[in-house]
Write a protein that binds this ligand. Structure first.
Ligand SMILES: Nc1ncnc2c1ncn2[C@@H]1O[C@H](COP(=O)(O)OP(=O)(O)OP(=O)(O)O)[C@@H](O)[C@H]1O
Length: 330
């Protein structure tokens, strides 16, 4: 629809129906920024059905989003930082969160995804990126207070760029007439570069991996002690996580003041995925393609993945990341 004919159509329909406001009707045809409460049970169901092996991330994301959206008067925007091994569901969770906040999800005009290497590639242009980012965020929050901003590849983001958005994440009531308190900022970690592996206490980890190796180490400690994965609690991970990230100078959050000023509300840990989770991913992908589940193919795809540590082979080193492309060969 182009705007003028949409306006005429909506106006005519509005006159005919009589009781629907122009805006109500307009929003049936075009995307509107609406302050609607979050449907917590729909979000829970989505996470339970789509996200495998991440009991902690599920718990925290549910708590964070429902708490924030139920609060009529938040004192600051919601800031989430997602950490963990590659291919374990960080992008998937931000996509699920986006869809539950704005029905069009990542395609919504109110959801904005920034990828460090794509949007902020050159160190010499940091000043420009800072200005652009500030203007972009200000413009979008002015248009829709509940805008969602997702920053991927945080470990490749220059700390100066993140400094530019720091004021928006803070407890200010307004900045230049705009309130940022209803916006949501999601920061994604990007871990595990195969070429950068080193081995620490028997656990391979990436040099750029801020927090991810600590999560993996905790999961492995539980496994070696014969304790259930689902028994891992947030308190087993959270302190190590924020210190780990803060101390890692490859992390975009490093010395950016976001952590020491408590501007990050929730650290959300993603556990490394096991063989059984990889199989679940293969089944989910087959279902999404409308194919019948063939357990032989499921097993073959899962067995083609590589697992670590070297001796025990428990965790998939790419999580579920290459499942889709591998499935094409079967
Ligand atoms: N825990 C999971 N449950 C279900 N599917 C998953 C899970 N983890 C990953 N996947 C699937 O694997 C693919 C890659 O996942 P995703 O992009 O979310 O990983 P990521 O953690 O963001 O990885 P990276 O840190 O490398 O960017 C997606 O197709 C996603 O649906």
């Amino acid at each position: 629809f182009e705007p003028i004919s949409l306006g005429i159509a909506v106006g005519a329909a509005s006159a005919l129906t009589g009781y629907l406001s122009y805006r109500d009707l307009y929003c049936r045809f075009a995307e509107c920024c609406r302050e609607q409460p979050l449907n917590a049970s729909a979000l829970k169901l989505n996470l339970e059905e789509k996200l495998f092996g991440q009991h902690l991330a599920t718990e925290v994301i549910l708590k964070a989003l429902t708490g924030f959206k139920n609060n009529k008067n938040p004192k600051k925007p919601l800031t989430l930082s997602l950490h963990g091994w590659a291919g374990t569901g960080k992008n998937l969770v931000s996509q699920i969160a986006a869809e539950n906040l704005h029905p069009k999800g990542l395609k919504s005009n109110f959801v904005h995804l920034f990828v460090s290497t794509l949007h902020f590639p050159h160190e010499q242009h940091i000043k420009l990126y800072q200005d652009q980012l500030q203007r972009w965020i200000r413009g979008n929050v002015s248009a829709c207070a509940s805008s969602v901003f997702i920053f991927d590849e945080m470990d490749k983001l220059h700390p100066g760029v993140i400094d530019a958005i720091k004021p928006f994440l803070d407890y200010y009531e307004q900045i230049d007439g705009v309130s940022y308190r209803k916006a949501i900022f999601i920061f994604l970690r990007f871990f595990s570069h195969i070429g950068h592996y080193r081995v620490l206490s028997g656990v391979p980890c990436a040099i750029h991996n801020a927090g991810g190796d600590l999560i993996t180490k905790t999961a492995l400690d539980f496994w070696r002690a014969g304790r259930r994965r689902e028994g891992i609690q947030l308190k087993d991970l959270e302190p190590a996580l924020s210190v780990g990230v803060f101390n890692n100078k490859h992390s975009g959050l490093w010395h950016s003041g976001l952590i020491d000023r408590n501007l990050i509300d929730y650290f959300i840990p993603f556990l490394p995925l096991e063989y059984s989770h990889v199989k679940m991913c293969v089944r989910a992908e087959m279902k999404a393609r409308g194919s019948a589940i063939d357990e032989d193919v499921v097993t073959r795809v899962a067995e083609e993945m590589t697992f670590f540590p070297k001796d025990e082979k428990i965790y998939s080193d790419k999580g579920c990341k290459t499942v889709q492309s591998r499935l094409d060969f079967h």
